[in-house]
Design a binder for this molecule. Structure first.
Ligand SMILES: NC(=O)c1ccc[n+]([C@@H]2O[C@H](COP(=O)([O-])OP(=O)(O)OC[C@H]3O[C@@H](n4cnc5c(N)ncnc54)[C@H](O)[C@@H]3O)[C@@H](O)[C@H]2O)c1
Ligand SMILES: [Zn+2]
Ligand SMILES: [Zn+2]
Length: 344
């Protein structure tokens, strides 16, 4: 039996994340075996290490971690027709059923039967991952593999930024971690008139500027409402994209978003968010939560955005061998990075 190296959450509880070897997965008739060439570390992987509530609800270890990846087709099942050995591919982390009423009506982002790779089934912190052909996305092989590995988190930014029209609009982006920074770049490519990045981590705020923000606001050191109104010319912004999940930040956004404005909620925080209800209702604000990516729509949109010049290269701050996954998890936990990409 061929063996492969991989990073596994071995059992429930704090820690238990180890580099080990497992058999290369069996390839079923409708499956594609992918030789992983790049896999990014996600905040979720840090949460899995600490066995937070999200992991406790969804994971049944032992499970190979990792869900943001790209690689090369190594083997295909005998019924597979859409890809061949050697193709460069990636996939969503959400394997959706394709048969429920939500999937059939174009809302696969909230499919009832979603299986998350690297969480509910074996993931891509490994030399190989096996997934159904229906989930495989064929990539432009001329693109850097590290960036192709980021299409999953990029898709969250694209889904959020395209939920409401932002071309020619003034936009605030809260939380400029990797996804927020990519949100800034997406908003720029989509033709936003002005982008104000709100972030307390100075290194990340700087990255937001590099990725296309016009101004940055530090919510700890500055009066966010006053600053956003001042920068936007007095009235506030048309659209807010939240990638922080921070209750205080979202409450504040209700004050600086214009009446009839939009708030897109993508960030997930540990605490419930209480809204200043009267202000929210009487300003006629529209609030929309988004989950993952719409499949295949968001993936098509990402390809279009790359063709239109979207550049996410600056969000990648570290490329490490898979063996250094611990360092990657540490960097992510401390927020001392953009995206960390591992090479198996
Ligand atoms: N909706 C979805 O489907 C989905 C998918 C993936 C990730 N997420 C969530 O999206 C968010 C962004 O992901 P990420 O990987 O970039 O996470 P991240 O944790 O690296 O980034 C969050 C950023 O928010 C900043 N922040 C915290 N409080 C803030 C405040 N009060 N004001 C301004 N900024 C503040 C942090 O400093 C950090 O840089 C996370 O909350 C994550 O859980 C959602
Ligand atoms: Zn992720
Ligand atoms: Zn479904």
């Amino acid at each position: 039996m061929d063996m492969m190296k991989c990073v596994v959450k071995e059992e429930k509880g704090e820690g238990h994340v180890v580099l080990t070897t497992r058999p290369v997965p069996e390839v079923g008739d409708f499956d594609v075996l992918i030789r992983v060439k790049a896999v990014a570390v996600c905040g979720t992987d840090v949460h899995i290490r600490h066995w937070d509530e999200y992991s406790q609800k969804r994971m049944n270890p032992p499970t190979i971690m990792g869900h943001e990846y790209a690689g090369e087709v190594a083997k295909v099942g005998k019924c597979v027709t859409s890809v061949k050995v050697g193709d460069i591919v990636n996939s969503d982390s959400h394997l959706v059923c394709g048969t429920c009423d939500l999937c059939l009506n174009g809302h696969s982002d909230v499919c009832y039967n979603t299986q998350v790779i690297g969480v509910m089934r074996d993931g891509a912190f490994a030399e190989y991952i096996c997934i159904p052909e229906t989930a495989v996305n064929k990539c432009d092989p001329s693109m850097p593999i590290e960036q192709l590995a980021l299409m999953e988190p990029l898709g969250v930014a694209v889904h959020a930024a395209m939920e409401f029209p932002i071309s020619t609009k003034k936009v605030a982006v809260i939380g400029c971690g990797p996804i927020g920074c990519m949100g800034v770049a997406v908003a720029r490519t989509l033709g936003a008139a002005q982008i104000i990045a709100i972030e307390l981590n100075e290194q990340r705020a700087q990255m937001a500027l590099e990725m296309g923000a016009d101004a940055i606001v530090n919510p700890v050191k500055e009066d966010t409402v006053a600053r956003v109104k001042e920068i936007s010319g007095g009235l506030g912004v048309d659209v807010v994209l939240d990638f922080s999940g921070n209750a205080g930040a979202i409450q504040t956004a209700i004050d600086y978003v214009k009446p009839d404005g939009y708030i897109v909620a993508a960030g997930l925080g540990p605490k419930p968010v209480e809204l200043p209800w009267e202000n929210f209702v009487t300003k006629g604000i529209c609030l929309k939560g988004i989950s993952g990516r719409e499949i295949p729509r968001t993936w098509e949109r990402m390809k279009g955005l790359f063709a239109a010049g979207l550049d996410i290269s600056k969000v990648i701050t570290h490329v490490l061998p898979l063996e250094e996954f611990e360092k990657g998890l540490e960097l992510m936990e401390q927020g001392k990075c953009g995206k960390v990409v591992l090479k198996p």
